[in-house]
Design a protein around this ligand. Sequence first.
Ligand code: ADP
Ligand code: ADP
Ligand code: MG
Length: 642
Amino acid sequence: MFSKILIANRGEIACRIIDSCHRMGVATVAVFSDADRAARHVAMADEAVHIGGPAPADSYLQAERIIAAAKSTGAEAIHPGYGFLSENPDFVDAVEAAGLVFIGPSARAIRAMGLKDAAKALMEEAGVPVVPGYHGSNQDPDYLAGQAESIGYPVLIKAVAGGGGKGMRRVDDPGDFGEALISAQSEARNAFGNPDVLIEKYVLQPRHIEVQVFGDGHRAVHLFERDCSLQRRHQKVIEEAPAPGMTAEMRKTMGAAAVRAAEAIGYKGAGTIEFIVDGANGLRPDGFWFMEMNTRLQVEHPVTEAITGVDLVEWQLRVASGEALPARQEDLQIRGHAFEARLYAEDVPAGFLPATGRLAHLSFPQGARIETGVREGDTISPWYDPMIAKVVTYGPTRAVALRALETALVDTEVAGSVTNLDFLIALARHPGFRAGEVDTGLIGRDLDALVAAAEPDPRTRVLAVIGLAGLADPSVKGGMTLWQPLRRTVAWEGGEAVVEVLGPGAARVTLDGHAHEVRWQGDRWWVDDALRRNRIVSHEAGVSVFGGRTVHLKPLDPLARDSAGAGGDALTLSPMPGLVKSVHVAAGQEVKAGDRLAVLEAMKMEHSLTAARDGVVAEVLAQAGDQVEAGAALIRLEEEEE
Ligand code: ADP
Ligand code: ADP
Ligand code: MG
């Protein structure tokens, strides 16, 4: 076994790898950018080396600096985590040329699976079913349109170099093919420097079921499947293992296909074979097709660990250090069921816009496995994936594990940034999901209801007002202090309410023209006679209410109000660093509140930036193709007439 390894990553995955190293007595070296000096992964590691500026290109993608850091600290091996350099075969070559061990597959195996078209051809040869379609090299638009015709609509155009759901277009109507092809190619060229596409049959009612494999370079085993069908825009939101409705026969067939795939490329280490499954008529052993292989540890690997009892990072280290495969296929078994929810700093009602902020309050429940790279007081910066944590639960049955997920999410507390917590809770309560009727379209079909369920409701806001009024303070609770005026106005950014203390443990809150009666006893709250098990928490950024529906109120800062009054809504600022994809207005043009002004691409997604109010465009300060920083002014509206 290695005595010291370097982790070429950050955030939750760096911390998770360090956890296993600690348990195994392997010393750890972290690397960090300027933005991560005080990050959790740096604090957890035995040593840490600074590798550059906050942009990934200046630090976590700086292969040479990372290898130099490993050499100078005496690390024998490098664990790449996921993302960043993890699937970069040139990095593997460089690590090995430096006399170090890459904890992962060979450069050759990564190259074999790097492009979806070549991977599909290889898998076909190995006897693994692939999605019907065209994955040849002819990129002539008329030829591709002809292929789409013969595959039969609907079809999916995919970037061969794709990842993270990019460069993909579903086409239902032959008349739309030409335009969809052009936009998929241009997205692929921008994102991956490779415009080539393949065409696939679009599987109706698709389910994403993937198989965890593990190889020693010759032989491989599988650790069963994960269902990742709960997706938003082709990105995973909640994952589970095993897959609901899976039969023993299909599991065996899929597992064998995945092992064939891994062995065909002499795979070493942890990998994932992603299959698309036709969920229209239940799961059938002839109804799954290879989509792609991810040649690394997968974000959702903990659900597999939960049901198999295997520590996949420990296995990675053992096999990389020369040990044989730690288990035979017949030693591996599924016990129980597990879920993982990805908790992100993002603004759900604003279209899942990535958010940032200092985590003024952060508390996770017992009873769930929490994988996180942040602590209370840490900042979610605009530079990296805005993931706050993965919440993983386990139970003897799917129903128990899902209840545990719902409870764990309800008991999670994050303040200082908006999050997708309430959206995840709404999903965990979704009747179709509960029934195991998952497919990749579930979230999209019910998006409006799921988002609405994640919006703050009036009664939770009333409790936040009680918090702001100081009535939830333990020293005040159940009674009132003499200095509390009986009736007063409480104001916060975005609103105000009148609070009247009626007596011990009772108040009336008038909010948005409605009077609500609030009573409390210990940590129980009644709003309009409905019992609420909410938690009211005060912190440096204001007051938050947690427990199913989250509300944050920030006390009014008189200075902030003044500056907003001075034309704050005239400027549309870039909410994060990104690439301006398109600008939709010109100087002199009239716009209405909510109109799309520009589209920004950041964090794997496109974000529409909309007008804050009606007005006339005074100035367009950015153009398509510009790389902009967070806070950069993009569009200015003319000042409003007084
Ligand atoms: P998974 O199937 O495990 O969700 P993804 O391919 O969606 O894997 O991405 C895994 C991680 O890799 C993401 O969480 C992100 O950090 C990083 N990543 C993948 N693709 C991109 C991309 N195009 N741009 C930025 N980060 C990416
Ligand atoms: P990426 O590299 O971006 O992860 P994938 O090929 O893994 O791309 O596909 C991402 C997602 O797109 C899948 O999880 C699935 O939801 C959807 N998808 C991919 N191929 C098909 C298909 N042929 N039919 C229907 N949906 C598909
Ligand atoms: Mg994929």
